[in-house]
Design a binder for this molecule. Structure first.
Ligand code: PMT
Length: 406
């Protein structure tokens, strides 16, 4: 799929990098996209609307109240018809407005009215970009699924050297192309994902478990399927809907999960263990409900099998194994220890002491390790986006000679 025929709403805000919007607009139009442009008033101080009108072959809108067609309300019409909204360049101001829901001009009003995906290419002074307020606004937007095109480093128009340069127009257009090009790099691969928490029964009505909701594992299963893989999801109890096209294998205990995973292991290309498996289980599971008697009830727990370690031991050449590590301290140290001990190819560490990471949240903050150390350190992102990044990395490792496995 290309961007031919796609409706792209280009938002241009007021920074010196606005001049590069002309190249972005031109390249998108040349690639066959239908480009509508909204400029903020400050953007018009850097670039004439006529330039973008000529390049896009569409009227450029700058004023919310300049309604040219009585049949429609402009900002709703533009918002409704966009397949993608691209803001390039995005100033600190437009990012703040989007984060906080301000709607005081045509661009910010349309951004609130659209349900289309939003891609933001920031451009600003290095200190502005690093400012905690700007970073916090970007984090908030990432959590809502807004994607960012990282600014480059180099000489800035303000005289500083550092991060804040608008991504080059060619790269922006490539990112837009990639957005509309489904990634099928896991086509033909068999992937098993574990998700959720196991439950370890004390008696017929009580059990030990943890706070895992399954969101991270379900996101991985859904994205792996979208990338063309045949996906089995081995899940502890979860309230989440099973992603379309994914085979669910529901399990309860760590022992059940072990059997479900090891039985399928020989046929798999990729195993991702996002489940929070109970390390211990009650030594005895009572057949009948345990009755209240003494002041103190002592439970004896015995160690569960370490499924990931068993997978690591049985791994065949060409199979890629990804573990997770939920840590609250010394994240890198414990993560590397687990990676080596459990013979994983990649290990995704989340610091679950952080508010936006780990159990139950819609977002995660992860660092991905391989045997040489940190491979990628990701900012706070929606779990769906974290899943995409992990799977892209896995797909690239699997495409290397020898399957990228160790
Ligand atoms: O489900 P969510 O609410 O979205 O939360 C996501 C998550 C926090 C559960 C997930 O991101 C995560 O970190 N999963 C791993 C949690 C965990 O159990 O970490 P661990 O450090 O205890 O275990 C390390 C690895 O060994 C994990 O891949 C785990 O699946 C595996 N393991 C652990 C124990 C065991 N007996 N068998 C295992 O296979």
């Amino acid at each position: 799929m290309t961007i031919k025929g796609k409706s792209i709403l280009l938002g241009v805000s007021g920074g010196i990098a606005a001049y590069k919007a002309a190249a972005v607009c031109s390249k998108l139009a040349q690639a066959g996209a239908k480009v509508n442009v909204i400029m903020t008033e400050s953007a018009t101080k850097f670039l004439a609307p006529l330039t973008l009108q000529t390049l896009s072959r569409n009227r450029v809108v700058t004023d919310t109240f300049d309604e040219q067609d009585p049949a429609v309300v402009s900002h709703i019409d533009l918002a409704d018809h966009a397949d993608l909204v691209l803001i390039a360049p995005a100033t600190a101001n437009v990012i703040a407005k989007l984060a906080h829901g301000l709607a005081d001009d045509m661009l910010s009003t349309t951004l609130l009215a659209t349900t289309a995906p939003i891609l933001v290419a920031p451009a600003m002074n290095v200190h502005m970009y690093a400012h905690p307020a700007v970073q916090a606004n970007m984090d908030l937007l990432r959590r809502r699924g807004v994607r960012f095109l990282e600014p480059g480093e180099g000489q800035l128009a303000c005289g500083y050297v550092g991060k804040g340069r608008l991504m080059e127009p060619e790269e922006i257009v490539a990112a837009v192309q990639a957005f509309f090009t489904p990634d099928r790099t896991l086509q033909g691969k068999r992937v098993l994902v574990t998700a959720g928490g196991t439950i370890e029964r004390l008696d017929p009505v009580r059990y030990l478990t943890n706070d895992s909701s399954g969101k991270m594992g379900y996101a991985l299963a859904e994205e792996a399927r979208a990338m063309g893989a045949e996906v089995v999801l081995v899940s502890g109890p979860s309230a989440l809907p099973v992603p379309a096209g994914v085979e669910l294998v529901p399990v309860q205990s760590a022992e059940d999960m072990k059997t479900a995973v090891l039985d399928r292991l020989p046929a798999l290309d990729l195993v991702i263990k996002a489940a929070a498996v109970a390390d211990y289980r009650p030594e005895v599971t009572a057949d009948q409900k345990i009755k209240k008697k003494d002041e103190v009830l002592t439970l004896r727990l015995v160690k569960n099998p370490d499924i990931l370690q068993m997978v690591g031991e049985r791994k065949q050449p060409g199979q890629l194994v990804i573990g997770f590590a939920a840590e609250t301290e010394n994240v890198a140290g414990y993560a590397m220890d687990k990676l080596v001990r459990k013979n994983c190819d990649l290990l995704v560490a989340n610091d679950v002491s952080k508010d936006d990471a780990g159990f139950g949240t819609d977002t995660n903050i992860v660092t991905i390790f391989d045997k040489n150390g940190v491979v990628e350190e990701l900012p706070v992102l929606a779990k769906q986006e974290v899943a995409r990044r992990i799977l892209k990395l896995a797909a690239s490792r699997m495409s290397q000679p020898g399957g990228g496995t160790s």
